[in-house]
Design a protein around this ligand. Structure first.
Ligand SMILES: [Zn+2]
Length: 493
């Protein structure tokens, strides 16, 4: 049974959907005015895996992720670039979708935009006003009255009175209470995007969109609401207050929050100049490396990005893909030879038989992808120990073990959205990226190999050794196989 840590209760709980066999899930999507960075990619990759694993576990899953396409930042960007807000949002929705494609994450079942749901939002605000949970200020701004929702703070475990004491919210004359937040903002000038409403032309505040759109697509109560921990308060807290204020039924049963990503232990921010765009990262290190890195820690822990961390993950991916490539090559040959397994063969066999149950156990335990990776490393190690052992024979028994390894990894790759690339092509990509970083080309290496072959033919072994050592100093390893010499990157980490 799947266990999920529910922020709402603060506990790890067995997952039971409202309707048996069906999961309804909402994740806060991007504000579309910029390219996404690798911190934004974390929930994208993680909640994709959550959706995939729920499907793998037999649930039919409906996933919704919104686009915030009306916002101060969008208006600012449009003004800076002297274009319309629509031009900005169309561009960055397209760029976001391109990043989703690069990451190969599944398209949610619905990706509603705020601008397409103004009537639903207005209707919800009207309900809140009618129920006394919201009020209209003189200039037409509508506020949610936090005092009207006594349970406010139940998600982030903050008490209204404590929030008021520590509130750095500037007392706003329009607001009755400093914690009250905007549901509808009147238009400030003609250039701002605006829609007609009972309170005059204006646009929705940020929080109300997620309440209105999640309820429209998933119903008044749904199963899972996801997002980054930085959204827990006030955004998610406000979503609960608005939704439950309007419907009087529980809004969402399981709140799942992924922790944040830091860069060299610092917050990623424009002012620090340490922002890594998802796209730039993928270009330099591959999408596999990014996904592998983002899933390498438990989603509830912070993840610290550093170049050495990335190198380690590349090295691990290289090792895994090497094992996959080797296994693929082995299974190209048929065999009728039958003989008892070696000690290493028995170890690999026992490990393989239990692998399926073990990784599912780890995923059932609050989507523990880090533990799954540990199992994958062990699997690769026992397979390597078996097939690399001197005297290894390609037998019927060996074939069963290697085939099972490939099929296990394929099943897993469908859930983790990882390890699914064609191994030989992917290893080549890793090699070429490595060379590009070193400012070297494949032709240069081939030339060095030829030079070394000539040196050896001339019995100039010191030159031959020097060529090998020079390459090794640059992270390139030569491997002699009979008369042929192969090369590979020696990933460290
Ligand atoms: Zn949201």
């Amino acid at each position: 049974m799947i266990q999920i840590t529910n922020t709402l209760t603060g506990k790890k709980e067995p997952f039971t959907p409202i309707e048996p066999g069906k999961v309804k899930m909402y994740v806060c999507g991007p504000t579309v005015y910029n390219f996404i960075h690798i911190g934004n990619a974390r929930p994208l990759v993680f909640f994709d895996v959550v959706g995939r694993y729920l499907k793998f576990s037999g649930f039919s899953v409906t996933r919704v992720m919104n686009y915030t396409d009306v916002d101060d930042k969008i208006i600012q960007k449009a003004n800076e670039e002297k274009v319309s807000c629509e031009t900005v949002t169309q561009k960055y929705i397209a760029e976001f979708e391109e990043d989703m494609k690069l990451l190969k994450v599944e398209q949610p079942d619905a990706q509603p935009k705020v601008t397409g749901h103004i009537p639903e939002i207005i209707k919800m605000i009207e309900t809140l006003i009618a129920k006394g949970s919201a009020y209209v200020a003189a200039d037409g701004e509508v506020f949610f009255s936090v005092r009207s929702f006594p349970q406010y703070g139940k998600l982030s475990k903050k008490k209204i009175d404590d929030l008021l004491v520590g509130a750095r919210v500037a007392p706003d004359e329009k607001k009755k209470d400093p914690l009250d937040f905007s549901l509808w903002k009147p238009r400030k000038n003609e250039k701002e995007p605006a829609w007609d409403s009972p309170w005059g032309p204006g646009r929705p505040g940020w929080h109300i969109e997620c309440s209105a759109m999640s309820i429209k697509y998933l119903g008044e109560t749904f199963d899972i609401h996801g997002g980054g921990m930085d959204l827990m308060h006030p955004h998610h807290e406000n979503e609960i207050a608005q939704s439950e204020g309007a419907t009087a039924v529980p809004f969402c049963n399981y709140w799942v929050h992924n922790n944040l990503l830091t860069i060299n232990s610092e917050k990623m921010s424009k002012s620090l100049g340490n922002i890594w765009l998802t796209r730039d990262f993928i270009k330099r290190f591959t999408a596999e490396t990014l996904k592998f890195f983002l899933l390498s820690g438990h989603y509830r822990s912070t993840l610290d990005f550093s170049e050495s961390q990335v190198r380690e993950h590349q090295a691990a991916l290289h090792r895994i893909y090497k094992a996959l490539e080797k296994a693929h090559k082995l299974t190209q040959t048929d065999t009728n030879l039958s003989q008892p397994l070696t000690t290493e063969g028995n170890t690999a066999d026992t490990f393989g038989k239990a692998f399926g149950a073990h990784w599912k156990e780890a995923m059932d335990d609050d989507f523990n992808t880090a533990r799954v990776f540990g199992l994958v490393f062990d699997y690769v190690r026992v397979i390597n120990a078996f097939v690399d052992k001197k005297g290894f024979k390609w037998t019927v028994e060996a074939k069963n073990i290697v085939n099972r390894f490939l099929s296990d990894m394929k099943t897993l790759s469908g859930v983790l959205n990882l390890f699914a690339e064609e191994p030989t092509a992917y290893l080549q990509t890793l090699r070429l990226l490595f060379l590009a970083e070193k400012g070297m080309s494949e032709a240069q290496i081939k030339e060095a190999i030829l030079k070394r072959i000539t040196a050896r033919a001339d019995k100039d072994f010191s030159l031959a050794d020097q060529i090998r050592n020079d390459l090794l100093a640059n992270g390139i390893e030569l491997m002699d196989r009979g008369n042929e010499t192969d090369w590979d990157v020696k990933f460290t980490g």
